[in-house]
Write a protein that binds this ligand. Structure first.
Ligand code: SF4
Length: 370
């Protein structure tokens, strides 16, 4: 190769449509792109040495020009319900959490394949400081690069793919992906979006857009940007309180973008995209779980053309022992108010209760022990 050296580019940061041009730019043969995509996203290689359909010298070039940085599994905890939380070590010594959540087994009793959802992180730590979240407890360390986001899915594929997955089309073992782990995706918009477009690409992992959910705590400028993408990703918004006084106590981001502004952005997003937003509402005992809160929430949400609500009983976090889970009767009474108002609502059961279920807890615990 002649001229200015071209900088190495992590392989998992390359969109499938970019491979041909990048190979040519580096003096490699364009037709290799299809073999490379096959190796990356059908054979799920973790090292270029495994791409045995490619000549040895090309593998060496690819390893130099397009490195594959496979995260190390630093810790793994599996709950009785099969939920598995992984702590992944990154090249610079930082770590992120990801959680793989099965719904049913690989095949349910009626013969339909079970679901496997992965919750991935977009940042190391988080600057948003939500009260009930372990990820925000130590602040933001740094944002993840797109390949580090894709790598979380590649790790899960390596650990959870069954021989049956490998026989089916793309062979991706996941059926759903949620960007709901550590970090605020709209605070790392470009890298997160690049990663999701790679994961969604037909010649890549080929995960359907409607099976990918982005979750934001309410970083308002992100709504306009996402609407302009024209993609079919699902959007969920962490609301957690029906008024500014309560929400600012739980979520400092509310002081920057209060509820009225947030709901105006949600209305605009729904109008522009025609997509229904899901609101996450964590029920915290004695704080936001009263009938009055439920009624106020209904009044707020009725200003939207449509929406869904997920009620999530709090998963206690070590750093906030003052926050507790409401009892079941309180949870059901809250649900009842929303259902009677004809707001489509699900009361979620916390998965993986025995594996430090709240986001960021495994990292917090592991970092503390180190
Ligand atoms: S809930 Fe999400 S946005 Fe809030 S601190 Fe945790 S990771 Fe950040």
């Amino acid at each position: 190769m002649e001229g200015e050296p071209i900088r190495a580019r992590p392989a998992w940061s390359v969109h499938p449509d970019e491979w041909r041009a990048l190979l040519v730019e580096r003096g490699m043969r364009a037709f290799r792109a299809d073999q490379i995509l096959q190796a990356l996203y059908r054979d799920w290689i973790q090292s270029w040495d495994e791409a045995t359909t490619l000549p040895k010298d090309l593998r060496a070039d690819l390893a130099r020009e397009f490195p594959l940085a496979v995260p190390k599994v630093l810790a793994s905890e599996r709950a009785d319900d099969g939920t598995t939380k992984l702590l992944l070590g990154l090249a610079d010594g930082n770590s992120v959490e990801t959680v793989v959540i099965p719904a049913g087994t690989a095949k349910s009793s009626d013969g339909r394949p079970g679901r496997l959802t992965q919750c991935i992180s977009s940042q190391v730590g988080c600057a948003m400081g939500c009260a009930f979240c372990a990820s925000g407890a130590k602040g933001l360390v740094r944002s993840l690069a797109s390949d580090e986001i894709v790598a979380q899915v590649m790790c899960a594929q390596h650990l959870f793919a069954t021989p049956e997955n490998k026989r089916q089309g793309s062979g991706l073992c996941l059926t759903n992906l949620v960007v709901m782990g550590m970090g605020e995706p709209f605070a790392n918009y470009d890298e997160t979006m690049r990663a999701l477009k790679i994961l969604n690409a037909g010649k890549g992992p080929n995960l359907g857009a409607r099976h990918i959910t982005l979750s934001t705590c309410g970083v308002v400028p992100g709504f306009k940007r996402l609407a302009a993408e024209g993609l079919q990703f699902e959007l969920s918004v962490s609301l957690h309180a029906p008024n500014d006084e309560l929400r600012s106590q739980l979520m400092p981001v509310n002081r920057r973008w209060p509820i009225d502004e947030l709901l105006a952005a949600c209305r605009e997003y729904t109008r522009e995209t025609g997509r229904v937003i899901t609101f996450e509402y964590t029920l915290v005992k004695g704080l936001n779980d009263s009938r009055a809160c439920a009624e106020e929430l209904v009044r707020r949400l009725k200003t939207l053309p449509s929406c869904k609500v997920n009620l999530i009983p709090l998963s206690p976090v070590d750093h906030r022992p003052d926050l507790a889970t409401p009892d079941e009767a309180t949870q059901l009474a809250f649900l009842d108010v929303l259902m009677k108002a004809r707001i489509q609502t699900m009361l979620r059961r916390s998965r993986g209760k025995d594996v430090a279920a709240a986001c960021g807890q495994l990292r917090l615990r592991t970092v503390k022990q180190a």
